[in-house]
Design a protein around this ligand. Structure first.
Ligand SMILES: [Zn+2]
Length: 73
């Protein structure tokens, strides 16, 4: 008697196991709110971006790299 392998058993056991990055609760069912659990948490995340709490890599222009057009001094 052989065990019949269930294809679903091999699948990752995490069906839409996304969680809100703000509060850690399960993400909202509404796709437009994901990955957040609610409009509130989405607003929190947006507010963090606006207030600059999330660091974005500086553009290459900010680098102290030599400017090819600058006269050598
Ligand atoms: Zn949340």
């Amino acid at each position: 008697m052989t065990r019949n392998a269930d294809p679903r058993a091999a699948a990752p056991a995490r069906p839409a196991a996304a969680t809100c990055p703000i509060c850690g609760r399960p993400s909202a069912e509404a796709a437009r709110l994901r990955p957040f659990c609610s409009v509130r948490c989405a607003d929190v995340d947006l507010g963090r971006w606006i207030t600059g709490q999330y660091r974005v890599p500086a553009p290459p222009d900010e680098e102290a790299s030599p400017d090819p057009d600058a006269p050598a001094s």
